[in-house]
Design a protein around this ligand. Structure first.
Ligand SMILES: Cc1ncc(COP(=O)(O)O)c(C=O)c1O
Length: 401
C-alpha cells in the first residue's frame, strides 16, 4: 500500500527491517531535496534576495506547521541537527540553573542521547540522578513514581517509545503523577521512536519540551526538531554561538536573539527543512492513524506466523507490544552473527548490538540483541522471509567468515 511511494531510495530485493535506526525516504522527500538544491540553493537572511526571503518565510511558517502536527499552539520550534543535539541542548542549556540540591529523573532504557547528557549534568552540578522503576516491559511503573520524584526534582526526561523493547509510555498519566508531586518539574519527552507511528498530542500531555529527528519519519537526514514552551526557550543557553543567533555584537559582549533563533546559529540544513515542509503535508494527507493500523496489521501477522513456529530457541523479548520493534536472540548464537546471516542469505537488514541503550540488558539479561523494526515500507512478504530465515536458522555459521 505504501511501498510504491518509496521507489527512489528502495532496492526492492532488500527486506528493510531497520527503520528504527533510520527510515527509508519517501520519493517526495528525495524530490523535494533535489528541487531545493537545483531551483533555490540559497542561504537565509539575505534581505535583498527573493529566493532567500522565500526560504525565510517557509521556515517561519513551518514552525507553525510543526506545532499543528504536534497538536499544540504553545511554544515554538527550533530546527537543529537531530534528537541527539536537541537533548544535549535541553540538558546543557539549563546547566546554570541546576545545582546539588536538585534531582533529575530518567529511565535505564533511554537511548544514550537522552541518558549521557543527564549523567554528565549530574556529574558536573552535583544534582542527584534518579532512575524510574520500570515494569517488566521497560515502561515506567506509574505506581512507584513517588519513590523517585519529589520536591527537589528539577527535570524528568524519558522516551515516549523506547528504541529497544519498543513499549509505549503513557505520557499523559506519567505527567499527571509527576505534577501531583511537584508541579514545577520540567518534563522533556524523546519522541524519536514514536513520531512516525503515533499521533503526538503535546497539548494533552502537558510537557515542557519534545525532541525528534526527521530521518526516522521517512524524511531527510540532518534535521531535528526541538519543540519547547516559551518559558523553556527563553531560559535555554545555546550550545553553539555564531551567525543567526545574535541581535548585536560589541567588542566584549553580544546580545542573543529571542526564541528559537538563538538555538540555530550557523547555516541551517535548508534542503532538509524544505523537504520536511513537504513531508508534513504528506503526513496531513496520509493520516498517522492509517500508518499505525497498517503497522499493527503487519505486527499481528508476524506474531501469528512466529507462534506457528513453536521454536523455543528463538527468544523474542517484546512479542506482545503493539509497536514495530521486534527484539530477539537465537539461543547460543551471537546477535551479530545472526544479523550477518540474515543479510547475507536473505537480504534482510536488521541491527545487532546494544542499540545505543546499553542498560536495556538489565531487563533482557542479554548484553546484545537483534532488532528488526517494521514500518510502512514493509509487506507481509517481508515477514514471510523473516520467518523463512528463522526456520533456516541453524545454517547461520555457513555465512560467517
Ligand atoms: C529513542 C531515541 N532517541 C534518540 C535517538 C537519537 O537520534 P539521532 O541519532 O537522530 O540524533 C534515537 C536514535 O536511534 C532513538 O531511538
Amino acid at each position: 500500500m505504501f511501498k510504491k511511494e518509496f521507489q527512489k531510495s528502495f532496492n526492492n530485493k532488500m527486506v528493510y527491517l531497520d527503520s528504527g535506526a533510520t527510515s527509508m525516504k519517501l520519493d517526495l522527500v528525495v524530490e523535494s531535496e533535489i528541487e531545493f538544491l537545483t531551483k533555490f540553493n540559497t542561504n537565509t537572511h539575505n534581505e535583498v534576495s527573493e529566493s532567500s526571503s522565500k526560504i525565510n518565510e517557509l521556515i517561519e511558517n513551518l514552525r507553525v506547521k510543526v506545532k499543528e502536527f504536534l497538536n499544540t499552539k504553545e511554544g515554538n520550534v527550533a530546527f537543529v541537527s537531530g534528537t541527539t543535539y536537541a537533548s544535549n541542548q535541553l540538558a546543557f542549556g539549563l546547566i546554570e540553573e541546576i545545582n546539588a540540591k536538585h534531582e533529575v529523573v530518567v529511565t535505564a532504557v533511554e537511548h544514550s542521547s537522552n541518558l549521557l547528557p543527564w549523567i554528565e549534568i549530574s556529574n558536573k552540578t552535583g544534582a542527584k540522578l534518579n532512575y524510574f522503576d520500570l515494569n517488566n516491559d521497560g515502561t515506567i511503573d506509574i505506581k512507584s513514581i513517588n519513590k523517585v520524584v519529589n520536591k527537589n526534582t528539577k527535570i524528568v526526561s524519558f522516551a515516549h517509545i523506547s528504541n529497544t523493547l519498543g513499549y509505549e509510555n503513557d505520557v499523559k498519566k506519567i505527567v499527571e503523577e509527576i505534577k501531583k508531586i511537584n508541579e514545577n518539574t520540567l518534563i522533556f519527552i524523546d519522541c524519536a521512536q514514536s513520531i512516525s507511528h503515533e499521533k503526538i498530542n503535546v497539548f494533552e500531555w502537558g510537557v515542557d519540551a519534545i525532541t525528534f529527528s526527521t530521518h526516522k519519519m521517512y524524511g531527510p537526514f540532518g534535521l531535528g526538531i526541538l519543540w519547547a514552551k516559551d518559558t523553556i526557550l527563553n531560559r535555554l543557553k545555546p550550545l553553539v554561538l555564531g551567525g543567526g543567533n545574535i541581535v548585536s555584537v560589541e567588542r566584549n559582549s553580544f546580545q542573543l536573539s529571542d526564541g528559537p533563533h538563538k538555538l540555530e546559529a550557523g547555516t541551517m540544513n535548508l534542503s532538509s527543512i524544505y523537504a520536511f515542509d513537504k513531508l508534513l503535508d504528506w503526513y496531513q494527507k496520509t493520516d498517522i492513524n492509517n500508518i499505525k493500523s497498517y503497522e499493527l496489521k503487519l505486527k499481528k501477522y508476524f506474531v501469528s506466523e512466529f507462534n506457528k513456529l513453536n521454536d523455543d530457541e528463538i527468544i523474542i523479548y517484546n512479542l506482545d507490544n503493539n509497536q514495530s520493534s521486534i527484539l530477539f536472540n537465537i539461543k547460543g548464537v551471537s546477535s551479530q552473527d545472526f544479523a550477518i546471516f540474515l543479510e547475507k542469505k536473505y537480504q534482510i537488514i536488521t541491527r545487532a548490538g546494544q542499540h545505543c541503550a546499553q542498560l536495556t540488558k538489565e531487563l533482557t539479561n542479554s548484553k546484545t540483541t537483534v532488532r528488526a523494526t517494521l514500518s510502512i515500507v514493509n509487506t507481509k512478504a517481508d515477514i514471510d522471509k523473516l520467518i523463512e530465515a528463522f526456520k533456516d536458522k541453524d545454517k547461520w555459521s555457513e555465512y560467517i567468515i
